[in-house]
Design a protein. Structure first.
Length: 125
């Protein structure tokens, strides 16, 4: 497998793990009704089911970072970073599917413009 293909595989895994991890953490935080950081908030966050999901989300974010480091060993940063920024598409899609957040046409248009920018940055070799 070429360095470019392997690097892009690591990059895709990094993007997916980061988006998934952030979704889990966001879901847990949405369940905790709080106006600030205090003992009640901490107690709610330490509930076993929230701790498991939040911990899994945090672990996915760490795994995403490790895949990102692996991607950088194979790809130029000038290519990898813009592609990684296109993970906004995964976040928009996941937040609509799993969190029930509203996604407007304007949001999709903005995401499409980001993808267009990424395509323009793709190597032409």
């Amino acid at each position: 497998m070429s360095r470019f293909v392997l690097g892009n595989l690591f990059l895709l895994l990094s993007m997916g793990a980061a988006a998934g991890g952030h979704m889990l953490v966001k879901k847990v935080m949405d369940e905790v009704k709080s106006t600030g950081v205090g003992m009640e908030t901490i107690r709610q966050l330490l509930a076993p089911e929230r701790l498991l999901r939040g911990g899994t989300g945090g672990a996915l974010i760490v795994v995403a970072f490790l895949f990102w480091m692996a991607a950088l060993t194979k790809l130029d940063l000038s290519y990898a970073y813009p592609v990684a920024c296109s993970s906004v598409l995964l976040v928009v899609l996941f937040s609509a599917l799993f969190l029930g957040e509203p996604v407007t046409a304007r949001t999709w248009l903005a995401a499409a413009l980001i993808v267009t920018g990424v395509v323009l940055l793709a190597p032409t070799k």
